[in-house]
Write a protein that binds this ligand. Structure first.
Ligand code: NAG
Ligand code: NAG
Ligand code: NAG
Ligand code: NAG
Ligand code: NAG
Ligand code: NAG
Ligand code: NAG
Length: 317
């Protein structure tokens, strides 16, 4: 009996191994790196992104690195950015990485040791584009991308003109709800949730509709389920916002739990609390007669440490 039992156990363990290797090929997020072989002189970055889940193409030639695709939930961007200020044009090879975080609709490009945010983190309501898998190969050339890799697995060591990835539409809202239910639940979510994701919970959001007789409003950050009474953020919206927002009455609030999203390149500084994003549908509002007030709570900070309020203008890279 015993030898037979052993054989069965072996078969089972081999199967498990194969299955888990197979399913870890794709991932929720994309982390693509490569070396851009370019000419000397002025270089540009061309970005063309729109909502959808058709996929993304990362291509490069002598003068331009291009990121084109339909992978975002909300982010829309189409522009050409000069890379002159990063001093890439003095060599012929530049290492770069592209980070796609679908649960936050965030896309970052790391080049010359800096992260440029191409799409800012947002709160995703419906589906998002995950599991980007490498598609067709493109021809070799004398300029392009060398050693293209996904999470440190080299895909090709030749100089390729482009790498294409196609995605799969996933219900992000559902996934985020599962993530927000605390770490015990997170472990039960299927495999693609790599460890990194547990540390990057999705944004929590709420929306306020300013009615005709709007007299101001207080919004409190929604508490993550399963977390014991954490200090909340309060945002006060003054009545003046209703008049200033000409074309809409909706104000959206997103609260981002993990601040490392916003902390690139700042080693000696630490963000103490959640980050809040206030969005009035496609409108730019300035000079309110009464300010928007945001209340944060944070742990005790030693007097020797300086404190400062910071903000980001998401219209800039
Ligand atoms: C390089 O790519 C950019 C953007 O796709 C394009 O506008 C430009 O004409 C290309 N340059 C060369 C030399 O092929
Ligand atoms: C590509 O990878 C190989 C092997 O790791 C390395 O020897 C080579 O220098 C790399 N080429 C570039 C341009 O980074
Ligand atoms: C990926 O490779 C880079 C460069 O070789 C290295 O610095 C980095 O630590 C590696 N990352 C992982 C997750 O192995
Ligand atoms: C909002 O909160 C502030 C401070 O707690 C309070 O003084 C104010 O009356 C509240 N406003 C509204 C419209 O609820
Ligand atoms: C206001 O909304 C209307 C209809 O939705 C739209 O046609 C118009 O362009 C908007 N105006 C501004 C300034 O956003
Ligand atoms: C955010 O995530 C980083 C790692 O990605 C972790 O070191 C840090 O403790 C997290 N911060 C918060 C406030 O959860
Ligand atoms: C850029 O962002 C990625 C992903 O969040 C991070 O792993 C990397 O360390 C950042 N690079 C720099 C230079 O801050």
């Amino acid at each position: 009996m015993e030898p037979g039992l052993n054989i069965k156990v072996k078969v089972v363990s081999i199967l498990i191994f194969i299955l888990s290797t197979g399913s870890s090929e794709n991932d929720l997020y994309l982390n693509f790196c490569g070396t851009w072989r370019h000419g000397k002189g002025s270089l540009t970055l061309s970005v063309n992104l729109s909502p959808g889940c058709d996929g993304v193409s990362i291509s490069a030639n002598k003068t331009s690195l291009s990121i084109d695709g339909k992978i975002t939930a909300q982010c829309r961007r189409s522009d050409v950015v000069s890379l002159e200020q990063y001093g890439l044009g003095s060599q012929e090879d530049s290492y770069f990485c592209l980070y796609w975080e679908p649960l936050l609709d965030q896309l970052k490009l790391q080049v010359a040791g800096k992260n440029l945010t191409l799409c800012w983190p947002a709160s995703i309501q419906g589906s998002c584009c995950t599991d980007l898998s490498h598609g067709s190969n493109t021809p070799y050339a004398s300029y392009g991308i060398v050693n293209g890799s996904v999470r440190n697995d080299t895909l090709n060591d030749k100089i390729m003109t482009a790498y294409e990835f196609s995605g799969e539409s996933t219900d992000c809202k559902k996934l985020c709800d599962q993530l927000n239910q605390g770490s015990t639940q997170v472990n039960m979510v299927e495999n693609p949730l790599a460890a990194g994701y547990v540390k990057h919970p999705c944004a929590r959001s709420s929306e306020v509709v300013m009615k005709k007789d709007f007299r101001g409003f207080n919004v409190t950050s929604p508490a993550a389920k399963g977390e014991p009474a954490e200090p909340l953020i309060t945002v006060y919206i003054p009545p003046a916002l209703k008049q200033a927002a000409k074309n809409t009455s909706k104000v959206a609030f997103s609260f981002f739990k993990n601040n490392s999203l916003f902390q690139d390149g700042l080693e000696k500084v630490k963000i103490l609390n959640d980050v809040v994003k206030i969005n009035v549908e496609n409108e730019i509002i300035a000079d309110l007669p009464e300010p928007i007030r945001i209340g944060f709570h944070h742990d005790v900070v030693p007097k020797t440490h300086a404190r400062e309020c910071v903000s980001w203008d998401t219209r800039k890279g």
